[in-house]
Design a protein around this ligand. Structure first.
Ligand code: ADP
Ligand code: MG
Length: 174
């Protein structure tokens, strides 16, 4: 019993953040983003390079060059992590429309939320050299850690990059 008392006292006295920090994998970086993070990127999801990511079970949504132009210059190639959100294009149109029907703004907002819950998911992002620009500019490909039931080409992808995981590595077994 004395042991239990000691354990619970020390558990109560330990701030949650530091107990998480002690179990946090080194690869995930510091507990809070450090300069230059967080970095924001957003743009319309475009067709990628057809490398078959989806067939490998890791679809990667590609952002257009202009939506990463500012940030990519400062970023080395490799794998990053953070958060991502897909916002359906038609939800923009709906939200911009002033409804002439009798339905209130509140009810149209709630039906929109039901059909387009713009949930924020964890993501990993590969920043690599873009073959369309003769490998002189970088390209961002985002794998969202969520099972979507449809593709979302043409929708808006919003990304917050919180840290860097590792450089690009070549497959040695494929
Ligand atoms: P592409 O070469 O066109 O990028 P991918 O095989 O990499 O093709 O598939 C990417 C597409 O898959 C994305 O543009 C998106 O529409 C869809 N997709 C479905 N689920 C996800 C997910 N979890 N993360 C990223 N993209 C996804
Ligand atoms: Mg892709």
């Amino acid at each position: 019993m004395p042991d239990m008392t000691t354990a619970s006292t020390s558990a109560d006295a330990t701030p949650v953040v530091s107990s998480r920090a002690s179990t946090r994998a080194k690869i995930a970086g510091p507990t809070s983003p450090e300069t230059p993070y967080p970095l924001r990127m957003s743009g319309t999801v475009i067709k990628g390079f057809g490398r078959g990511s989806k067939e490998l079970g890791i679809p990667t949504a590609n952002l257009p060059e202009e939506s990463i132009a500012e940030q990519e210059k400062e970023m080395v190639t490799g794998i990053y992590y953070g958060w991502a959100q897909v916002v359906a294009k038609d939800s923009h149109q709906n939200s911009g429309t002033t409804s002439s029907s009798s339905s209130s703004a509140a009810s149209s907002t709630s039906s929109l939320a039901l059909s387009h819950p713009a949930t924020v998911y964890p993501m990993v992002m590969s920043l690599g050299w873009n073959p369309f620009y003769k490998n002189e500019k970088k390209s961002a490909e985002v794998h969202i850690m969520h099972k979507f039931h449809r593709d979302f080409y043409g929708d808006d992808l919003r990304v917050i990059v919180l840290g860097y995981i590792r450089p690009e590595l070549d497959y040695t077994t494929l």
